[in-house]
Design a protein around this ligand. Structure first.
Ligand code: GLY
Length: 377
């Protein structure tokens, strides 16, 4: 007897049921393709820890102008993406449009904020330099010890867990099958990707396999070498924060970075560490201490909140911090991984671009700078 027991024979098999994998699956199903998503616990990876910031301008990085363009394209399509999801599923995903305040504490922080502001203006991005008094008018919970701030009105946030729940519901109602099993290897036949092997020996055979396994993308046996590595982030969730903050606050606290994102009614997310130490989801005393110390310094009222969750997940890092989108050296295998700090934000643009590639064979212009070969050159 063959060891292959075909669970499915589909047009598209997606390895990974996080935000990226489900977004692609949903869009592919809407285009009439049969789709199976394979994930032992959909949404339990980086999507589960994500704070949900949609903040390409506040997070603009020097030398990352191409990534910024991709992020802005995705932000522009977010409201319609969310509206469609909410309409189709009846589920709310908590899109907040109050903007982002970026605050600083000492002269060095303010010099860094001024440089960031100059860079944003050079790129034609909308960002306003405001005083400590002005930022506290917007966010009265902020400490009076601030030196000044930027206000980025167009940077938003979303409840990443609610977004995942809605995408799962939308994908399934569009006909996507979700197989809750571990993908143990890429099935390769006659020099092309032909499906996914599952724990237990079953195989989902497919015309196209989409790799959306986040930080684990490079580790799936059969996948060609990929420069995707885990970058650990620890994050905290606190309760009873309703009304504390209107929008996202990012802070430079004497050179240290912290962000606070209001979410899901009365929750506040505080993040995040950035640790290059391989896989591992250990929450450390030092990580929690640093996040709480800085968050309380920025918003003293955080000290009164209930700490309900501390968790760590690996972000999928790449050498240039940008995702890997498009075809791979292996025919039949499409890459949608390496979204690093921008997985939530880049969900709509990735879903649309990868679906277009799968359906038509052509990667849309907006995604072309992000193919694997840029990292191989
Ligand atoms: N985008 C937020 C983070 O990676 O921590």
């Amino acid at each position: 007897m063959s060891r292959d027991v075909a669970v499915d024979r589909v047009d598209v098999a997606v390895a990974g049921g996080g935000l990226i994998g489900l977004g692609i699956a949903w869009r592919c199903a809407q285009r009439g393709l049969s789709v199976t998503v394979v994930d032992v616990a959909p949404g339990s990876g980086a999507s589960y820890a994500a704070a949900g910031m949609l903040a390409p301008v506040a997070e603009a990085g020097y030398g990352e102008e191409r990534l910024l363009e991709l992020c802005r394209a995705s932000l522009a399509s977010f409201p319609a993406f969310v509206a469609e999801l909410e309409r189709e599923t009846g589920l709310e995903v908590g899109l907040r449009t109050a903007g982002t305040c970026v605050v600083g504490f000492d002269a060095d922080d303010m010099a860094a904020l001024d440089l960031l502001h100059a860079f944003q203006r050079e790129l034609g991005l909308s960002s306003e330099r405001i005083t400590a008094r002005e930022v506290r008018r917007r966010e009265p919970a902020l400490t009076p010890r601030l030196r000044g701030a930027l206000h980025v009105g167009g940077d938003h946030s979303v409840d990443a867990r609610a977004l995942h729940a809605a995408l799962l519901a939308a994908a399934m109602s569009a006909g996507v099958r979700v197989v809750r099993a571990e993908a143990t290897a890429l099935e390769v036949r006659d020099g092309r990707a032909a499906g996914l092997e599952l724990a237990g020996g079953d195989v989902v055979t497919a015309g196209t396999v989409v790799l959306a396994l986040g930080a684990r993308s490079a580790g799936l046996p059969g996948v060609p070498p990929l420069p995707v590595r885990p970058v650990k982030g620890q994050v905290l969730r606190l309760r009873d924060a309703s009304g504390l903050l209107e929008g996202t606050v990012r802070a430079l606290v004497r050179g240290r970075h912290v962000y606070l994102v209001p979410c899901a009614g009365d929750r506040l997310i505080v993040g995040a560490t950035v640790e290059e130490q391989g896989f591992g989801d250990t929450v450390t005393a030092g990580g929690v201490h640093d996040l709480l110390r800085d968050a309380i310094e920025v918003v003293p009222g955080v000290a009164e909140l209930e700490l309900v969750e501390a968790l760590a997940r690996p972000r999928p890092g790449t050498p240039d911090n940008a995702p890997i989108l498009g075809t791979s050296p292996l025919p039949g295998l499409v890459l949608a991984c390496g979204h690093h700090r921008n997985g939530v934000l880049l969900t709509p643009v990735t879903a649309d671009a990868i679906t277009e590639l799968v359906v038509t064979g052509a990667l849309p212009e907006v995604a072309r700078p992000f193919t694997l070969d840029r990292l191989e050159r």
